[in-house]
Design a protein around this ligand. Structure first.
Ligand SMILES: [Zn+2]
Length: 204
């Protein structure tokens, strides 16, 4: 039985074909986004957005294919960055649309989900987030929380990861491959900001 399980997992691995594609938002994806990550009155048009399929290695080292919505302006960057991460077997918990989490940034972060587009405001502020334009990506957000100017940690459950002098798996810092790739592609890293710290966040 164990040999059979091993054989099956080997076959699955052999059958896995990584995918890195960008396309206009397909109708089924639009249906999931409307009234969710893409509310009525959103000032970004769907035509400016792209639907990506991105393969990655999960925290168990198993290859998976996820989905992401981003601005067309950064689609090529993201294809190249996530392909490089895949080739390095860089572990990512999951890459799912925030619509799978009711477009709740808190729920998506709590699930440690990597995502990009969400038409929302900056938490605690009145201005639109770069995520609202699909110009920002959050990677492994639970291990890489957002700490606002008042020191509030988001998600609050990730308080143990707020101390960046500690070493732990999936920590994003300047030596981290993911961070280096985003910087090479001209993104800014939220972990380098002077006042708030957003360790999961890369924006262009
Ligand atoms: Zn972010």
């Amino acid at each position: 039985m164990r040999a059979l399980t091993l054989l099956l997992s080997c076959l699955m691995l052999m059958a896995f074909r990584p995918v890195f594609t960008a396309e206009p938002i397909p109708p089924q994806v639009e249906a999931r986004m409307r009234g969710s990550s893409y509310p009525d009155g959103a000032t970004v048009s769907l035509g400016e957005l792209r639907y990506l399929r991105l393969s990655y290695y999960d925290f168990n080292g198993v290859p998976q294919t996820g989905e992401m919505v981003c601005n067309a302006a950064i689609a090529q960057d993201l294809l190249e960055i996530f392909q490089a991460l895949y080739e390095a077997e860089y572990p990512i918990r999951s890459i799912r649309l925030v619509d799978d989490f009711g477009a709740s940034d808190d729920a998506s972060m709590l699930a440690d989900n990597t995502s990009c587009f969400n038409y929302r405001l900056v938490p605690g502020q009145g201005n639109l987030s770069r995520h609202a334009l699909g110009m920002a990506v959050d990677v492994n957000p639970f291990e890489n929380p957002y700490i606002d100017t008042k020191g509030v940690i988001r998600p609050p459950e990730a308080a143990q990861y707020a101390d960046r002098s500690r070493d732990f798996p999936h920590k994003i810092d300047r030596q981290d491959l993911c961070c280096r790739l985003f910087l090479e592609h001209g993104f800014m890293w939220g972990g380098g900001w002077a006042r708030s710290k957003d360790y999961q966040h890369f924006q262009k």
